[in-house]
Design a protein around this ligand. Structure first.
Ligand SMILES: [Zn+2]
Length: 102
């Protein structure tokens, strides 16, 4: 695991490897690692199984992916490759703004 991964994340991986199920809350914790291809293969498979069964999480993943891409484009990733790693707080702030009922 590379740096910057929260400790809770590793606890979650351990729990799922031990046979625990993935719920929607776990999905939001996995999302960034999933999109950066940092999930172990077996966890990734379990995550994708949940996505296949859960339309809410599929929509969440797509929204997140689009948000990160827009932010990367805006930040000129060629000049600043590290800007591709958005702080989760920022992403969550953007997502909650998008989902705010109007
Ligand atoms: Zn779900």
């Amino acid at each position: 695991m590379s740096g910057g991964v929260p400790r809770d994340f590793n606890d979650l991986i351990t729990r799922i490897k031990a046979g625990g199920s993935i719920n929607c809350r776990d999905c939001s914790d996995f999302l960034m690692a999933y999109l950066e291809s940092e999930l172990p293969a077996d966890i990734r498979t379990r995550f994708e199984q949940h996505l296949a069964e859960c339309s809410a999480c599929r929509v969440y993943v797509e929204t997140y992916r689009t948000t990160v891409k827009l932010a990367q484009d805006a930040c000129c990733p060629k000049a600043n490759p590290h800007l591709g790693r958005m702080p989760p707080d920022l992403v969550n702030a953007i997502l909650s703004a998008l989902h705010k009922p109007s």
